[in-house]
Design a binder for this molecule. Structure first.
Ligand code: FAD
Ligand code: SF4
Length: 319
């Protein structure tokens, strides 16, 4: 690990200003950043610790939704009574991720900003445009079983690996931030993670130093909530494909996929096809997909995972 300096921030705008300096980064739970620093994939020269900023509450909003502080841990979010009752897709997605110990430490903001799990990103001896812009992409033509099938580019085919954000996409969450000039912003989760295009080194639309303060959820959607995660091991593994869904008694609803793209993958026009069944939804949601030989299995897997969710919803609604 390279040497770095460290400060504990006590004011959000001062923290944003400090983190906007070249080489500086925020740290929250540290469960992703410290791992990356140990293998020198990330080499910040200064860390701004945000854990004393007080963003650790879940509050009701005036319009009947919830405001989740950026530092609320994954465990506290998943077990909150309001979340379990009204946003169960979020609880299900969070508990499908990582391990109990990690979820006790991982923050809401850090989870949204966790970096890809492409194996070449973690190997500093291999070319990787995301780690070192312009160096090439070892995954294209390499081992790509875990990687993306849609929304990828000829510079990078990695996925966003997280679970929580897939549920937040179904719920139409918004990410609240403050930047180094003190301006506040609200970014729809649909626009938060970037498609890789020519700049895979930029994971999100955040500007340097922009601090996440909270995530807001609109009013509850009702319906039945599901998170189906297909992975190589029953626990402690990232999704090959995941499906977050909210399904209403009449069979309409919303669906987003994880493990397939640079962002939680939801196509609103595909939601409208839910009453026609899983194949109709995935045919629309994955139109234009560019899988590799190694990962083309993800397309039928996504259809089967969604079919299983729809079948479960029919049983629950019929019950
Ligand atoms: C073994 C292992 C298995 C895992 N399995 C899963 C899994 O199955 N599913 C899953 O979803 N996740 C999984 N994770 C990832 C885990 O959920 C993340 O590491 C965690 O959520 C990151 O949160 P953190 O608070 O520790 O972030 P940190 O590591 O502190 O930070 C992560 C990034 O966010 C930035 N950041 C932090 N807070 C802010 C803020 N307020 N504003 C702006 N930037 C900020 C940091 O600068 C850094 O770039 C796993 C992790 C490990 C180590
Ligand atoms: S897919 Fe992306 S993260 Fe993986 S090696 Fe290529 S550029 Fe790097």
């Amino acid at each position: 690990m390279r040497a770095f300096t460290y400060e504990r921030a006590h004011d959000p705008v001062a923290a944003a200003r400090a983190a906007a300096q070249p080489g500086a980064k925020f740290i929250a739970g540290g469960t992703n950043l410290l791992d990356l620093m140990k293998i020198e994939v990330e080499t910040p020269t200064h860390l701004v610790d945000v854990q004393d900023l007080g963003f650790d509450k879940i509050e009701n909003t005036k319009d009947g939704g919830l405001r989740i502080g950026a530092l609320v841990t994954n465990t506290d979010l998943a077990t909150d009574g309001r979340v379990r009752r009204d946003y169960a897709v979020l609880t299900r997605a969070i508990v499908a991720g990582a391990s109990g110990q990690l979820r006790n430490k991982a923050s809401t903001a850090g989870n949204l900003l966790q970096r890809t799990r492409c194996p070449y990103f973690y190997d500093i001896n291999m070319p990787c445009n995301k780690r070192k812009p312009g160096s090439g992409c070892a995954a294209i033509g390499g081992v790509s079983r875990q990687l993306g099938v849609i929304g990828v580019s000829d510079k990078c085919i990695a996925t966003f690996p997280g679970d929580m954000a897939v549920a937040m996409r179904v719920l139409d969450a918004a990410v609240e931030t403050v930047d180094a000039t003190g301006q506040h912003h609200s970014i729809p989760i649909a626009e938060f993670h970037r498609l890789w295009g020519d700049h895979p080194e930029q994971d999100t639309v955040l500007k340097p130093g922009e601090l996440i303060t909270a995530v807001t959820l609109p009013r509850p959607l009702g319906g039945k909530h599901f998170y189906e995660k297909v992975r190589d091991r029953a626990s402690y593994a990232y999704a090959l494909v995941s499906v977050a869904a909210v399904i209403q008694p009449d069979g309409t609803g919303r669906v987003a996929f994880g493990g397939v793209a640079p962002r939680p993958w939801r196509v609103e026009a595909a939601d409208a096809l839910l009453p026609q069944g899983a194949a109709a939804v995935t045919a629309r949601a994955f139109q234009g997909a560019t899988p590799t030989q190694d990962n083309k299995f993800k397309l039928p897997l996504a259809t089967r995972a969604l079919a299983s969710v729809i079948a479960e919803s029919q049983q629950k609604i019929g019950a």
